[in-house]
Design a protein around this ligand. Sequence first.
Ligand code: BG6
Length: 495
Amino acid sequence: MVTFMNTQPYNGLLTTIVIFGASGDLTQRKLIPSLFNLFRKRRTPKKFKIVGFGGTAFTDDQFREHLHKGMKEFAGYDFSDDDWNVFAPNLHYLTGKYTEPSDFQKLADTLTASEEGDANRLFYMALPPTLFPTIIENLDATGQLHENGGWRRVVLEKPFGTDLPSAVTLNKQVHKALNENQIYRIDHYLGKETVQNILFTRFANTIFEPIWNRNYIDHVQITVAEKVGLEHRAKFYDDVGVLRDMFQNHLLQLLSLVAMEPPASFSASHLRNEKVKVLSAIQPMTPEQVSVNTVRAQYKGYRNEAKVDPTSTTPTYAALRLFVNNWRWKGVPFYLRSGKNLAEKQSQIIIQFKEPPLAMFPMQTMKPNLLVLYLQPDEGVHLRFEAKAPDTVNETRSVDMEFHYESAFGKSVIPEAYERLLLDALQGDASLFTRADEVESAWSLIDPILQTWQAHQTPPLGVYKPGSWGPLEGYDLLARDGRRWLNEEASLHDR
Ligand code: BG6
């Protein structure tokens, strides 16, 4: 039986969630289904309203109809019209331009008229970051960020900048009107149950932490492989590529959670302080280091995709070898890789422990223990160790101790990442959001790689077959250290 999380109390005021970019994909696919689920679970504030704002002309009813269609497609197994009919009257829509101050005045007047005094407002930016400063300026100019008895918070979607200077500028722009504690920068990976479970595995147990260091761990592999290609985002993707799209945020977040010191508490500031320390213990690479410690590649046929520049050098795959230079991790390589159009959708973290110092049994091949955190799909944790194969004199065989969410907690217990993140933003808990200095630290590691790739064309852009596990160079990165990617081993599949 699953016990639900304790929710923090709300302050009893009306809360309005304003979504900018409300006619877009994210709102229909993720935000509204997540808010609806929170509502069903009675986790939304008692009095709340959702106001969509966007360029598409919708009436309230058309907006509701558009979202209802999305619910049927994306909400999952237990969507019921009965619940929807109670939820839908909370949805409203205002047509407006993001650059038009008078439209923001109209929004301010509409909200004030519906609030009857002090109220909370959560502004969600479900649109490209180039629009954030203008929207925030317009909100500020119309007095909408001023906290009265109620709070004002702003949720910012990724990507947060395209490099370090642009992220610094964006931080400065948003800080002109908002305090850091009003800003919630999304990385949806942090909203995933299995990603949060990295911390629970480490810090809710005593058996892992004593061996979670350079004395026992040989290396760490983090793979976020995607089977999908560009879907409908070719233009966006061709401008950013895999390093900005996946590494600057998701993969470095995963690395931080694996490598961080135990925080003093799970408060936003303690947790985020520890993550920033990990990132600052990684030295930005020199061009020479980039050429040996990074791999970039593009899948065959990428340049023929619609809306992709036919001469594009945008990488759709990358692999990195990073070191966290502190007492815990000195000398332990972290291998990270991610790509589109790979063999499978598979996100996992493998901790490989050191080999036994001595092979005591004649038929023992040196097989190190592995702890595998399966983030998706088939969420769970495996511990691989050696056992005596029965009916042999002294042969060993690798076996797994396994935990799977589905068998332990039941089917469909894992909520959508956005559900948790929206709940936290409504309740004022920023632990699972990225702080300004964290974003900047991550960019300071990514920028030198991007610059070397572009300026020196090193390492050269590799090619891989769609549906494969990536280019040969990705294997060489580990082979040079006498290692290999372990997730492709049959023994770790489909158990
Ligand atoms: C997004 C990237 O942040 O994460 C996408 O922009 C990627 O390109 C997606 O497909 C992967 O998320 P998930 O939750 O499917 O692993």
